[in-house]
Design a protein around this ligand. Structure first.
Ligand code: KG4
Ligand code: ZN
Length: 339
């Protein structure tokens, strides 16, 4: 079975084909293409929704043609289409959903709208060797979400905790702006933090002792005040690197402590991290060290599957279709949607 996945919830146009017959029947990604709109939005310092929608429309057909060439197949060999139905920017979601639904209708194959965060959650399962097995705890960290989820199977998710305000990715992006780093902020803060001292400045760890929920809005204010009160914070490269490293350390420390707590609370020994922020090497390494004491293992996808991509949507669609699910002809995108 070959499932086409289409991701257009924000500023990446991602298409991929998941094929359950390749890799000696283990299944895997047959082909994938990705177009990032980073250049388009960079001058605005963030994603402009209307521009994002228009650019998805411009790129969907050429990317689809490129995908077929890469996969070495004709479009008649596609068995089903899966697209991101939400959450995300409504205009951007509609472009991929309408393209996918229409294509499926033309090909006479089923179509299914999937949850973007479920795509992230399932992406680490695409690993060829030793993927995580259900049940596991998943830390979902992206530009719009920060959640701790217990996953017992496809579609069997229990929310253990979430951010009561900003998402951790958003916090990285805002701190990047304060440090005059280009959009998208996360990877640039990580790069700057590499040369800094993570213990140079003490930043808060909000809600550390309050269950498994998070709060990151206070962190943005704390970094803002730190920059305002520190001489040469906008010009001295050492000071800037120290601020980036201290911020990253505080966030990683908070996430790590909550993950540790979630593992202890559930008694599970597998921790999956997914979503754009899971590409952060300091987060990956710190988690690996800190969960050793309870004999837990950390799983994450390669960087290109941590951030938005079509492969995770193709795979989430495949898993759902295998359960017998499919949508009708109506297309209804859901900009706000709980997992
Ligand atoms: O999952 P994603 O690609 O899109 C959403 O679903 O939002 O996540 C994007 C977020 C952005 O906030 C970006 O700054 C952050 O993930 N991000 C990172 C890193 N790479 C991406 N944050 C910290 N470190 C990184 N290496
Ligand atoms: Zn995402």
């Amino acid at each position: 079975m070959k499932v086409l996945g289409i991701e257009t919830s924000c500023d990446e146009t991602g298409l991929a084909i998941y094929d359950d017959q390749i890799n000696n029947g283990k299944g895997g990604v047959l082909a994938q293409v990705l177009y990032s709109q980073v250049q388009l939005h960079q001058m605005y310092g963030g994603v402009v929704p209307e521009l994002a929608s228009r650019d998805h429309i411009r790129k969907l057909v050429p990317l689809f043609d490129e995908l077929l060439v890469q996969a070495g197949i004709d479009k008649s060999q596609i068995d089903a289409v899966s697209y991101t139905k939400g959450p995300g920017l409504i205009g951007a979601l509609m472009t991929g959903a309408l393209f996918g639904r229409t294509l499926a209708f033309g090909l006479g194959v089923p179509a299914l709208g999937v949850h973007h965060m479920e795509g992230h959650l399932l992406a680490p399962l695409l690993a060829a060797d030793n993927p995580p097995q259900f049940p596991f705890v998943c830390l979902l960290v992206s530009g719009g979400h920060t959640m701790l989820v217990r996953a017992d199977g496809v579609g069997e998710y229990q929310l253990l905790g979430e951010s009561i305000d900003d998402a951790v990715g958003e916090c990285f992006d805002k701190v990047a702006k304060m440090l005059n780093l280009p959009y998208p902020g996360g990877p640039n803060v990580e790069k700057l933090a590499k040369t800094g001292n993570p213990l140079a400045y003490q930043l808060p760890r909000p809600m550390l002792h309050k269950g498994l929920d998070f709060s990151f809005s206070g962190m943005k204010t704390a970094v803002h005040n730190l920059i305002k009160d520190t001489p040469n914070a906008d010009s001295d490269p050492v000071v800037r690197a120290d601020i980036a490293a201290s911020f990253q350390y505080a966030v990683v420390d908070t996430l790590t402590q909550k993950c540790h707590k979630a593992l202890k609370q559930t008694g599970l020994k597998q921790l999956v991290i997914a979503g754009g922020v899971s590409a952060n090497r300091t987060l990956q390494k710190t988690l690996e060290q800190r969960v050793q004491d309870i004999g837990a293992k950390v799983y994450y996808a390669p960087v290109e599957l941590c951030t938005d991509n079509g492969a995770m949507i193709a795979y989430a669609g495949f898993c759902r279709l295998k359960q017998g699910q499919a949508d009708g002809l109506a297309v209804a995108c859901v900009p706000r949607w709980n997992i």
